[in-house]
Write a protein that binds this ligand. Structure first.
Ligand SMILES: NC(=O)c1ccc[n+]([C@@H]2O[C@H](COP(=O)([O-])OP(=O)(O)OC[C@H]3O[C@@H](n4cnc5c(N)ncnc54)[C@H](OP(=O)(O)O)[C@@H]3O)[C@@H](O)[C@H]2O)c1
Length: 316
């Protein structure tokens, strides 16, 4: 441990950070050690990370002193915010500022900031193709992250900006899997028309991030987008049908229909899909599959992910 470069990982008990911690621990000879940051070092997940060989440290990302302390002695850091815990881009922006200030104060040599596009560069607030949300955003959970990119640059923090993609796990945990209709048949709903959506196994985000840390200084200042595949709704429905052993119809709804679903954040996600659909060329181009595979040679495609996870997708 003493001679290893420590990578401090925010969200270590979650999807992105967890994948990164596991990738570091799976590669003990490559000179990196994992420091898992959690609010609760006593949780089952935190204890599991400690048992697997991670150093586990307590910090809440809203507490600048605690974050700075958690970064001391670390060579690198992975920063992610948790929009769906609070639905506030203002909070994400405040947390990004804490990350930038803390990384600077602790002298971290390489940061990865898990970001997304500021969609207002494509759809200004004056554009009424989609509603403006929370007064000043089009896609709040993208815009707050993208708007924060400059904080790292301005604080002189050596940063790689990581553009992530739609997790396939949303089919398991976020109610986005195929649903059985009144006719008893399965339909997969996505407001993407015939456009391709970049998507990924969430575990592969951390593995790609580890690839970025291994490449090191060359990737500082760069924006890197990752995905496991770029797939249309039709292609996803076909793969689901093959994996589940029964036909799955693609139900291509309009983004406004999705916005009307009414659950917290449905309007944000409806706008997100509309942005992904209407600017699919730019959005896919920013997430190069070859680059993703070179960072993470074990990158999964939708078929391989489904083979392992299909039984966990709720179908009702
Ligand atoms: N779902 C998607 O398709 C998708 C795609 C691209 C990007 N994203 C973005 O991914 C982000 C979430 O990342 P994720 O999916 O890896 O999260 P996640 O799996 O929900 O993990 C959240 C973890 O973060 C920790 N955490 C939460 N609040 C914290 C706080 N205040 N201080 C310190 N730790 C805290 C929790 O750990 P403890 O309880 O142990 O502290 C929890 O285990 C969101 O901002 C979302 O916009 C999602």
């Amino acid at each position: 441990m003493a001679n290893k470069k420590i990578i401090a990982v925010v969200g270590a008990t979650g999807a992105q950070g967890g994948g990164l911690v596991r990738a570091i621990l799976a590669d003990p000879d490559d000179g990196f050690a994992a420091r898992a940051i959690t609010r609760d070092t006593g949780s089952d997940k935190a204890r599991e990370l400690a048992r697997s060989g991670a150093e586990v440290i307590a910090a809440d990302i809203d507490d600048e002193k605690a974050v700075t302390k958690a970064l001391r002695g670390a060579h690198s850091a992975y920063f992610v915010t948790f929009f769906w815990a609070h639905l506030s881009p203002e909070k994400e922006k405040a947390e990004a500022l804490i990350f930038a200030r803390a990384a600077k104060a602790a002298g971290v040599k390489h940061v990865i900031w898990s970001t997304l596009e500021d969609t207002r560069k494509w759809i200004p607030l004056t554009d009424d193709r989609m509603p403006t949300l929370q007064g000043k955003y089009k896609v709040p959970h993208y815009d707050g992250k993208g708007e924060s990119d400059h904080l790292f640059t301005e604080h002189g923090v050596p940063t790689t900006f990581l553009l992530t993609s739609f997790y396939w796990e949303n089919l398991i945990y976020f109610g986005m899997g195929p649903k059985r209709g009144p006719d008893g048949k399965l339909a997969f709903t996505l407001p993407m028309g015939d456009k391709k959506l970049p998507s990924i196994a969430s575990e592969d985000i951390g593995r790609c991030a580890y690839g970025i840390f291994k490449e090191g200084a060359e990737l500082i200042g760069k924006t890197i987008g990752i995905a496991g595949e770029h797939l249309t709704g039709e292609q996803m429905a076909n793969s689901l049908g093959k994996a589940l052993g029964e036909p799955v119809r693609y139900n291509a709804i309009a983004p406004e229909t999705f916005r009307g679903f009414g659950f917290p954040g449905a309007d944000d996600l409806g706008n997100m899909f509309q942005f992904n659909r209407d600017f699919a060329d730019d959005y896919c181009r920013a997430r190069n599959l070859g680059v993703s595979r070179s960072l993470n040679p074990a990158l999964q495609n939708f078929g391989t992910w489904l083979a392992e996870h299909k039984s966990r997708i709720p179908l009702e």
